[in-house]
Design a protein around this ligand. Structure first.
Ligand code: FES
Length: 182
């Protein structure tokens, strides 16, 4: 079942980001699960960090079993609002409940921008069959680099610790990782 939850807004008058939540968490399962929505966080330096999931839900996430999530990012330019859906994958890489215990990858294929899918223990791009391991490293195919990692942080949201992610677009087709300006 798809469920929409409250949508936090971030940023100034020209640009904002919001999170739309889908479904529920399917811990231990390969493929896309959850996403989280949360009340509006405080404005400030962390404004671009999007609430991804409560740490309590991620406690059961097993190493080597990535979990998919979707972010809905909206940008306002005057009266115009553009909304993009972006898939990310969350991987537990260590025990514990700090940001260092997780990696979050953009699902955008660094070859030409298609969206990779999780197939058992690999991410596979449906466009030209680039393959990546669960750590995001390139295994085979035409992609010039591994999947792009995103900044994550654990911080409090209404009294509970949440894993938060900072969405970033990167230039595709390059061996080096170059952040794309908004
Ligand atoms: S876009 Fe992914 S392999 Fe070409």
């Amino acid at each position: 079942m798809t469920e929409r939850m409250p949508q936090p807004e971030f940023g100034d008058r020209r640009t904002f980001l919001r999170v739309v939540i889908f479904g529920g968490i399917a811990l231990g399962a390969a493929g896309v699960g959850l996403i989280a929505a949360a009340p509006r966080p405080q404005d400030g330096p962390d404004a671009a960090l999007l609430p991804l999931l409560p740490m309590a839900d991620l406690a059961k996430l097993q190493k080597a079993k990535p979990l998919g999530a979707e972010l809905s990012l909206s940008r306002r330019d005057g009266w115009r609002v553009r909304t993009l859906r972006q898939r990310v994958y969350i991987l537990r890489v260590a025990d514990g409940d700090t940001a260092a215990a997780f990696k979050v990858f953009s699902a955008v294929c660094p070859h030409a921008g298609c969206e990779v899918e999780l197939k058992e223990t690999q991410y596979v791009c449906p466009c030209h069959q680039a393959k990546f391991d669960t750590q995001g490293e390139k295994v085979s195919g035409p992609a010039p680099r591994g999947l792009d990692p995103l900044d994550v942080e654990v911080s409090d949201l209404q009294g509970a610790p949440w894993l938060k992610v900072r969405w970033q677009d990167f230039v595709v087709g390059l061996e080096e990782r170059v952040a794309r300006k908004a």
